[in-house]
Design a protein around this ligand. Structure first.
Ligand code: TXE
Length: 492
């Protein structure tokens, strides 16, 4: 087991462009914090519009015909991703410690994030030389086939909740397919993106193929999303910002787009479910990462026959959940990412109380240093309440009641979101009927929040479009070309 390191020497804080570390052209920096104690960790270079332009041009040059990257065999690209995974394996404790420091998430969760990241690089590395098209029987004297080709320069805009792994969710398939990338990490958690850039350089990635520009959304992020040389934007964040990014991607040069946005994912518990196990799964689904999780089970619909018993179990789980120093191995939750996020969550809790939901436990900030919030459970939640409609992104479980399967399906699907959903039952017909009719990009049966590097992940409706992870992620980073060749019979 790796051990945490609290006394880190933060080595990478500049912009990573063309395999070089450079300060921003105007010398600007911004501070990055440890949300668990509110102390500044270090300053990070802030990319100006000129820096973004430099990074995109470096990526564009690296993508030119006959460049070292474009000339490399697909298996060579795969080997580089494999080497990055090996390097990260060696640095697991260090990377997890930096992630914990910069996000406030428990160290043991951060270790799992590093492991997931490594799996993603290995998986997409192995897929690099398995991209294929089809040969197609066509009418006439022609031979047709399809050929997946890399799109070009990809702008990858990242959130702060899983900075390490979501970097890999996008960079892994983008590079496996032969694209070049410019990554903008969240301004709240840039440090492990920079560490991964260093790992790619060490692994022998040609200059310009991967660039990282730190900065804020409306400036650095917008400069990247609107840059005319960018061919594809992949974004994870809020629906509101996702819509802006979609507009930007449509202006100027039309760009391909993947959006992974938020959710208000329903979990439905039937009376024939294993109640203990369902209660634990539902609890973990909303509490993990302090609820800052796009596919969190934030609406739990429980059948009226088992409602009170389920609520009792949910409250016991929440009361037993240890919140504290993220470097302490006993802590299941650390701090939230920022004061703003904490205030947003506390405001939703107040709204829940004001609108008549029953606060069963939690509901308060813990301490006055760091952004810790008590695991909170509301019962008696109804569909019209704000806490049942909007994404809270905090450790707040809302439990609703249902009696009828058709009615609960309608209620689950009556949301602008469609990222994930789940059902708990021992009846296979119920399970299948629910799984087929719930509108969520990922639907779980007798489990929740299970995401693997092999399975595609992505939402419907306001939760965005396009898939990450699994083989499907590769398609998002390719243009499929059709090639048709006239076949002349020289003897006729
Ligand atoms: O997200 P934003 P924020 C949800 C969650 C959270 C809320 C707000 O509910 O409380 O969003 O979080 C960049 N042009 N999710 O404000 O604004 C920004 O710099 C280009 C769900 O952090 O969406 C960051 O890199 N880029 C989500 C990224 O977008 C812009 C994970 C996300 O920021 C930009 C995170 C602009 N105009 C939050 N404005 C999930 N799906 O898991 C911002 N950015």
């Amino acid at each position: 087991m790796t051990s945490p390191n609290r006394n880190l020497n933060i080595e990478f804080t500049k912009l990573f462009i063309n395999n070089e570390w450079s300060p921003s052209t105007d010398g600007k920096v911004f501070p990055t914090f440890n949300p668990a104690n509110e102390e500044k960790i270090c300053d990070v270079s802030e990319a100006s519009q000129d820096d973004v332009d430099k990074a995109v041009k470096a990526a564009d040059t690296a993508f030119k015909r006959n460049s070292p990257w474009r000339s490399m065999d697909a298996s060579g690209r795969g080997k580089i991703l494999g080497r990055v995974a090996d390097i990260m394996e060696q640095q697991k404790g260090e990377l997890a410690s930096i992630e914990t420091l910069n996000t406030g998430k428990p160290y043991l969760d951060a270790v799992q994030d590093v492991e997931f990241t490594i799996d993603v690089y290995r998986y997409h590395g192995c897929l690099a030389d398995k991209l294929s098209g089809k040969t197609i029987q066509v009418d006439g004297p022609y031979f047709s086939y399809t050929r997946p080709e890399p799109v070009g320069v990809c702008a990858l805009i990242l959130p702060w909740n899983y900075p390490l792994s979501i970097f890999a969710w996008k960079v892994g398939p983008a590079l496996a397919c032969g694209n070049t990338v410019v990554v903008k990490p969240s301004e709240l958690s840039p440090l492990t993106a920079l560490c991964q850039a260093a790992a790619f350089a060490e692994a022998g990635l040609p200059a310009g193929v991967l660039n990282v520009v730190n900065g804020y959304g409306p400036t650095t992020g917008a400069a990247l999303a609107t840059h005319p040389l960018v061919r594809k934007v992949a974004f994870t964040g809020s629906t509101a910002t996702g819509k802006k990014v979609m507009t930007m991607a449509a202006e100027g040069t039309l760009k391909k787009l993947t959006l992974e946005l938020g959710g208000k994912s329903p979990l439905v518990v039937f009376p024939d479910a294993n109640l203990e196990s369902a209660a634990i799964s539902c609890h973990n689904s909303i509490m993990i990462n302090s609820g800052q999780n796009c596919c969190a089970g934030s609406r739990v619909f429980v059948h009226t026959d088992i409602y009170d018993e389920f609520v009792e179990k949910a409250v016991a789980c929440a009361q037993n959940r240890v919140v504290g120093d993220p470097f302490d191995s006993l802590s299941a939750n650390g701090s939230l990412i920022s004061e703003m996020q904490m205030k947003k969550v506390l405001a939703y809790i107040e709204k829940g109380k004001a609108e008549g939901a029953k606060l069963k436990c939690g509901g308060e900030r813990i301490g006055d240093k760091g952004f810790f919030v008590q695991p909170t459970v509301f019962s008696g939640v109804t569909d019209d309440m704000t806490i049942a409609k909007e994404e809270i992104f905090g450790p707040v479980q809302s439990i609703l009641k249902f009696t009828d399967i058709e009615d609960v399906l309608d209620r689950c699907n009556n949301t602008d979101y469609g990222l994930a959903a789940g059902v708990f039952t021992s009846d296979v017909n119920n399970a299948t009927y629910m799984a087929h009719n719930l509108k969520g990009g990922t639907t779980w049966v007798n489990c929740a929040d299970i995401i693997t590097h092999q399975t595609p992940f992505g939402g419907f409706k306001g939760s965005g479009f396009g898939k990450e992870l699994g083989e499907d992620a590769m398609k998002e980073y390719c243009d499929m070309k059709t090639i048709t060749i006239q076949v002349i019979n020289k003897n006729s």
